[in-house]
Ligand binder design. Structure first.
Ligand code: AR6
Length: 182
């Protein structure tokens, strides 16, 4: 269900959706991962359950080759059986009170994800509310960071991919602050 939709002057379409990320059809789905790409719970677990073991296998291979993904970094794998060409695994910060630069780290994870999609030419991407689940980032503080980071990226790259950015929120409690920010 589309909750809010904005077309920015840069031509980017930003869509806030309430639903399950694993049901989205996009060039790339964004995963809220940990540094070791061990996809146990949350969005990560749901993506692997639905997309199949290939996603975990490719993630293990990625970490074996490159080492752990730093906070704010991105790793790309295939999407298994999901309706996408790739998964952009990004590592958001673990919330620890806000004094360790978590807000900047969340912005960096979002920005690097958008940059990775741009580099790959992915026109349509769908991302969850990175860090706001198991990693404990307060939803009210995360929502404006998503909006501002997406808007700044778009303004810096008019007409460039990803031209459709879908932010997919599962639960009502998370949706409220995102609706306000978007
Ligand atoms: N679709 C959309 N949003 C979802 C879905 C879904 N299917 N499932 C959960 N959410 P989380 P994190 C929401 O915990 O905080 C994993 O174990 C959820 O309500 O998935 O970045 C990883 O492997 C929340 O708002 O990610 C890491 O170890 C948001 O997605 C760790 O969790 C993010 O919640 C990462 O924690």
């Amino acid at each position: 269900r589309t909750v809010a939709e904005t077309i920015l002057p840069s031509g980017h379409r930003v869509v806030l959706v309430q639903g399950d990320l694993t049901e989205e059809e996009a060039d790339a789905l964004v995963n809220a991962a940990n540094s070791y790409l061990q996809h146990g719970g949350g969005v990560a677990g749901a993506l692997v359950r639905k997309g199949g073991p290939q996603i975990q296998a490719e993630s293990d291979e990625w970490v074996r080759r490159h080492g752990p993904v730093p906070t704010g970094g991105v790793a790309i794998t295939g999407a298994g059986r999901l309706r996408a060409r790739a998964i952009l695994h990004t590592v958001g910060p673990v919330w620890s009170g806000g004094t360790r630069g978590e807000e900047q780290q969340l912005a960096e994870a979002i920005r690097n994800t958008l940059e990775a999609a741009r580099a790959q030419g992915y026109e349509r991407i769908a991302m969850p509310a990175i860090s706001t689940g198991i990693f404990g980032f307060p939803k009210e503080r995360a929502a404006p960071i998503f909006w501002e980071t997406i808007a700044a990226f778009a303004a810096a790259h008019p007409g460039e991919p990803p031209r459709e950015i879908r932010v997919v929120i599962l639960d009502e409690a998370t949706l409220r602050p995102f609706e306000a920010a978007f």
